[in-house]
Design a binder for this molecule. Structure first.
Ligand code: NAP
Length: 288
């Protein structure tokens, strides 16, 4: 009798347009690892049963995306340190039959900052957004000894909540503010790095930017978590103003590379993953 096909998948809702299956399958195939990476779109009512199905012996692990990164925690057997601190999971690894939750978003983000040669130590960092992605990167940055982290959010209460959890668990100075043009005018001149952790600028509303370009100066760093389009209006305008800027595809691929290593124990082929993801975003739209 042949054993069932080994599988990894992404759990989300919706999940059909996720890029992870594209670049993870390319990485598995190139290293001749006989695992199929699938899309496990999961209605919120079915989350518990889908997690239970991961206990089947042929399932190696999973990625977790919106809206389940926090909701999935109670159904797992344990969490690694970063997932515990953030309170959210983006990767599940099967170890001795146990489902262990990890969070590789923070390390992926720090590596992406490394690509643009930004070092967070003693820097003032402005994060726009206070949702799930903001939370992961804020915790990662808080461990890098920045001078201060400013969190600007449309709903200020959410920024205050995130600031409180950061202050409770890390020694960082955190300033929560409302996201308005006036607060940007006040805080951008004092910032070394601006991060967009909102969905502003994402396709199909790719003409928008969270930051008026005139507020961006030479020598500031800009990282936009949005990766579709690859070059957002924010990234383009920042570069035009002489800033160093990057879009979110590097973070997406690097968090995926860490997940790949957790599942397979192998070094992920990052260049291939990046090339595959880039080609997929840039492909012409299909007709019909
Ligand atoms: P989320 O939890 O839903 O949070 C969304 C955030 O965007 C909130 O802070 C929300 O503010 C803000 N926002 C949305 N529309 C806005 C608008 N029109 N004006 C002002 N603020 C607005 O989503 P998330 O998971 O954090 O994702 C945020 C972005 O990061 C998305 O674009 C996602 O694709 C990207 N992301 C990228 C990576 C990567 O690897 N590159 C990983 C994860 C996420 P309120 O709280 O006021 O609603």
């Amino acid at each position: 009798m042949t054993s069932p096909e080994r599988k990894i998948g992404i759990i989300g809702y919706p999940a059909q347009h996720s890029l992870s299956p594209i670049f993870q399958q390319a990485a598995l195939d190139t290293l001749n690892i006989d695992i199929k990476y699938e899309i496990w779109e999961t209605h919120p009512d079915d989350l518990e049963s889908v997690v239970a199905s991961l206990r089947a012996p042929n399932i190696e692990g999973a990625n977790v995306t919106k809206p389940f990164k926090e909701k999935i925690v109670p159904f797992l057997d344990s969490l690694d340190l970063s997932a515990q601190q953030i309170g959210a999971v983006n990767t599940i690894v099967k170890s001795d039959g146990m489902l262990i939750g990890h969070n590789t978003d923070g390390i992926g983000f720090l590596e992406a900052l490394g690509d643009i040669l930004f070092t967070p130590q003693k820097k003032n960092i402005l994060i726009i957004g206070a949702g799930g992605a903001s939370r992961s990167i804020a915790f990662a940055l808080a461990h890098e000894n920045p001078s201060q982290i400013i969190i600007a959010n449309r709903d200020k209460d959410r920024a205050v909540n995130l600031a409180q959890s950061l202050i409770a668990t890390t020694p960082t100075t955190v300033v929560p503010i409302e996201f308005t043009t006036a607060t940007l005018q006040e805080w951008i001149p004092k910032s070394d790095l601006i991060i967009n952790a909102t969905s502003i600028g994402m396709r199909p509303a790719e003409d928008l930017s969270p930051v008026p370009s005139m507020l961006i100066r030479k020598n500031i760093f800009v990282y936009d978590l949005v990766y579709n389009p690859i070059e957002t209006v924010l990234v383009k305008s920042a570069r035009c103003r002489g800033a160093v800027a990057a879009g979110g595809l590097s973070m997406l691929v690097y968090q995926g590379a860490h997940a790949f290593t957790l599942w397979t124990g192998m070094i992920a082929p990052r260049d291939l993953m990046m090339r595959t993801a880039t080609a997929h975003i840039e492909r012409p739209p299909s007709i019909g």
